[in-house]
Design a protein around this ligand. Structure first.
Ligand code: GLY
Length: 369
C-alpha cells in the first residue's frame, strides 16, 4: 500500500528543490512565501528567531533525498546565522531554535567540526542568559529583564546537546533549573500553559503573568501549548525526570481535546467561537511532540492524534501549486498582530510539517536531540 506520508514528503522535496533555488539567488533567509517568492523576516534581519528553521528544513530534505543541493543551501544560511554572533545584542534565548537546527544539524549529520564549535558557542550564549534566581531570560529589552516564556522549553535542547557533546553537566543543570521553574509556574490546573511569566530578576519571585501572542491574558495560545508539549517531552527524554513526562501528557491531553474536527488548529483555544483564525504551525509542532510522546511511552494513541493533525493539514492546507513557494498555509504568527503573518505560509510551519512527516515515516534525523 502506498504510504501517503512518504508521497507527501516526496512532493514537498520536489517543490522545495525548485523554490529553494530562488532563495539562494536572492541571498536571503526565507521567512515566508508571499507574492510568488520567498521573503525575509520583517524584523531584526538575520537575527530574527526563526532563521534556523530554513536550514533545518534543508537538512531534513537532505536526509530524505541525499541531494547535496539541500546541504549547500543549509550551509549557505548557517554561514549567515553564525555571522550574527557578531551582533550579539540582537540574539536572545532563541539561539536554541537558530543554531540547533543549523550548526547542530550540520555537526550531527556530517560531523563538521566548525559547526560543532559554533553550536557550543551558541549554547554558551544561552547559558549566559541564565539568571541564578532560577530562570533563563527570554528577551533583551531592559523592561523585560525578568521575563521567561514557554517557548524556551524547546531552546533547552541546545543545552542538553552541549552537555552531551562536552561532558560538562553545567548546561543540563541549568536546563533542569529552568524546566523545573517552568513546570511550577506555567502549568495550569486544566493542563494548559501560560505564555509569559515575569519574575523579579533580583530574587526570582513570581510577579505576574503577561498576555503574549494569544487571544488574551489567561487564554490558551495554541503554539505556546505546542511548545510546552514538545518541550516537556524532550525534557523527559534528556533529563529523565518522570514529572516532565506527566506534564507533557497533561499538556497533550488538553491540546488534543481542542483539535478541530477538520484536523486543523485554532490560533488560541479560547478565541471567540465566531472567529476563524488558525495557526497550523501549532498543529505541526504538536504533531511532532505527540509522536515524541509515543516514542517515550509506547502509547500509540498520541501518534493517532498526530496523524489527525497531519492529515488535516495535508487535506486542507497544503499548497502544491507553482504560484507560491512554500507548502503549509494558514500559519499565524500572533493572534492580534498580523505584522509577521496571518493565515499565510511561514517557513517554520513547513519545517515542523516536514519533521512530523519524517517521524511518521521513521526517517527523522532527530535534530532536537
Ligand atoms: N517563539 C516565538 C513564537 O512562537 O512565535
Amino acid at each position: 500500500m502506498p504510504n501517503r506520508y512518504k508521497e507527501a514528503l516526496d512532493r514537498i522535496a520536489v517543490k522545495f528543490r525548485k523554490t529553494a533555488e530562488t532563495a539562494a539567488e536572492a541571498g536571503i533567509i526565507p521567512y515566508q512565501s508571499a507574492g510568488g517568492k520567498w521573503i525575509a523576516s520583517p524584523y531584526d534581519g538575520n537575527s530574527w528567531w526563526t532563521g534556523g528553521f530554513w536550514p533545518g528544513l534543508m537538512w531534513e530534505l537532505w536526509k530524505l533525498t541525499g541531494d547535496d543541493f539541500f546541504l549547500q543551501e543549509a550551509r549557505r544560511v548557517e554561514k549567515l546565522l553564525t555571522e550574527e554572533f557578531r551582533r550579539f545584542r540582537r540574539l536572545n534565548h532563541d539561539v536554541g531554535f537558530m543554531y540547533l537546527l543549523s550548526c547542530g544539524a550540520d555537526a550531527k549529520l556530517t560531523g563538521d567540526e566548525q559547526a560543532e564549535t559554533d553550536l557550543l558557542h551558541a549554547a554558551s550564549l544561552l547559558m549566559g542568559r541564565f539568571n541564578p534566581a532560577g530562570f533563563i531570560r527570554a528577551w533583551n529589552e531592559p523592561e523585560r529583564t525578568g521575563y521567561a516564556i514557554i517557548d524556551c522549553m524547546m531552546n533547552l535542547s541546545l543545552l542538553y546537546r552541549a552537555s552531551r557533546d562536552t561532558g560538562d553537566p553545567r548546561f543540563r543543570q541549568v536546563a533542569k533549573i529552568h524546566a523545573d521553574r517552568t513546570q511550577q509556574e506555567f502549568l495550569r490546573a486544566d493542563g494548559s500553559v501560560s505564555h509569559i511569566i515575569e519574575f523579579d530578576p533580583e530574587n526570582g519571585k513570581r510577579i505576574r503573568e503577561h498576555a503574549g501572542q494569544g487571544y488574551s491574558l489567561g487564554s490558551q495560545w495554541s503554539r505556546g501549548q505546542a511548545w510546552g508539549l514538545y518541550g516537556f517531552a524532550l525534557a523527559f527524554r534528556h533529563l529523565k525526570d518522570p514529572e516532565y513526562l506527566e506534564t507533557a501528557k497533561r499538556i497533550a491531553a488538553n491540546f488534543t481535546k481542542h483539535i478541530r474536527a477538520d484536523g486543523l488548529t485554532d490560533c488560541d483555544f479560547c478565541q471567540p467561537e465566531d472567529v476563524f483564525r488558525l495557526d497550523n504551525i501549532a498543529g505541526a509542532i504538536a504533531a511532532c511532540g505527540l509522536q515524541e510522546l509515543t516514542m517515550l511511552t509506547g502509547d500509540e494513541a498520541w501518534k493517532r492524534h498526530a496523524e489527525r493533525l497531519v492529515d488535516g493539514m495535508l487535506e486542507h492546507c497544503a499548497d502544491w501549486g507553482e504560484e507560491h513557494c512554500g507548502i503549509l498555509t494558514h500559519c499565524t504568527a500572533s493572534y492580534h498582530d498580523d505584522g509577521a503573518g496571518r493565515h499565510s505560509n511561514i517557513t517554520y510551519g513547513d519545517y515542523f510539517l516536514v519533521e512530523a512527516l519524517m517521524k511518521l515515516c521513521n526517517l527523522d534525523p532527530e535534530l532536537w536531540s
